[in-house]
Design a binder for this molecule. Structure first.
Ligand SMILES: Nc1ncnc2c1ncn2[C@@H]1O[C@H](COP(=O)(O)OP(=O)(O)OP(=O)(O)O)[C@@H](O)[C@H]1O
Ligand SMILES: [Mg+2]
Length: 306
């Protein structure tokens, strides 16, 4: 479990993270979203004991961030994929990982097993002896991901793991993250990819220096929009519009070409009779669909309001 209580970090005059209070449960994939400069990387760096806290507290499991005697224990518990991969360019992929494994005092057998396991999972085992400096950006990212996991951490911080990856590689990394969840690891994911967050995160925190909202992707979307129904017609005429206006069950509506977008309180109950009324008024219906806001809609709305 990760807990922050009023976590605050300044860089001189700049307030990077302000009074952040949140709880991340063991075994969940937590997505941390926010605009450039919102404080995501700063939060991660604080939680990994790489920079100090200005005010407030943070705990990783039973250990307190910033307490000197707990720092080493926290570092062993967490793995970090930083914003920039930062590999030793002149060492091979294998030796990069081996070096980190040794730093973490991993026994040789386990170290070797993990290096092979992760390089195979990420499709780079065949190229293990290639010098890191000669890998492509996406490949470096994958090696850095393996490096974050080499010491079997319970909690993994991933700072934009799919940034700059091609769609196939990004999907591979997302599937990899889901595999890590199956292994009961906790994943803290900084991302700008809203579709990615929507697909794989159990909960999402929105930050813009201060925490704006924290909820599951579904609840974020449900909380902000009333449910809407889109009815695509062959012909949208005045008779149909007049009929729709007269229906008490329709709270409001918009039109887009031949499409009607209705706001209805209880669509399960009321939509059948609304559709019947439209047909009676001469409407030829082509499609009826529920309109769901995307996480992008929600994100843009909340960030704008903040
Ligand atoms: N080493 C530093 N010295 C001074 N200011 C810094 C430093 N690191 C970050 N900041 C500032 O702290 C704020 C938060 O930066 P941070 O890197 O945490 O944002 P972020 O949410 O990760 O953004 P991005 O999405 O662009 O990665 C920014 O205003 C940034 O300029
Ligand atoms: Mg960042």
């Amino acid at each position: 479990m990760i807990v922050t209580e009023g976590l605050t970090r300044h860089y001189g005059e700049i307030v990077a993270v302000d009074n952040l209070t949140m709880k991340i449960k063991s075994g969940e994939i937590f997505g941390f979203l926010g605009p450039n400069g919102a404080g995501k990387t700063t939060t991660v760096r604080v939680l990994c004991c790489l920079i100090s806290i200005t005010a407030g507290n943070a705990f990783i499991g039973d250990y307190q961030v910033g307490k000197p005697e707990d720092s080493l224990k926290i570092r062993k518990m967490v793995g970090l994929l930083p914003e920039n991969a930062g590999l030793y360019e002149r060492l091979s992929a294998y030796r990069n990982l081996d070096f980190y494994g040794k730093l973490y005092e991993m026994p040789e057998t386990r170290r070797k097993e993990n290096i092979e396991h992760f390089l195979r999972m990420l499709g780079l085992w065949e190229r293990k002896d290639q010098i890191a400096g000669t890998f492509s950006k996406g490949m470096k990212q994958k090696i850095a991901l393996a490096r974050a996991l080499i010491h079997d951490p319970e909690i993994i911080f991933l700072d934009e793991p799919t940034a700059g990856l091609d769609p196939e590689a990004a999907q591979m990394v997302r599937n990899f993250i889901l595999e890590l969840k199956k292994e009961k690891r906790t994943i803290f994911l900084n991302t700008h990819n809203l579709d990615e967050a929507d697909k794989i995160c159990d909960r999402i925190g929105l930050i813009k220096t201060k925490l704006i909202r924290i909820a599951s992707p579904e609840d974020l979307k449900k909380g902000l929009w009333s449910r809407k129904t889109a009815i695509q017609l062959h012909n949208l005429n005045d008779t149909i519009l007049k009929t729709v206006k007269q229906l008490d069950s329709v709270k409001s509506f918009q039109t887009m070409d031949n499409k009607l977008i209705l706001e209805v309180d209880d669509p399960e109950k009321e939509n059948p009779s609304i559709i019947e009324a439209i047909i009676k008024a001469g409407g030829k219906i082509v499609f009826v669909t529920e309109v769901r806001p995307s996480l992008e809609d929600v994100y843009l709305k909340l960030i704008k309001e903040a």
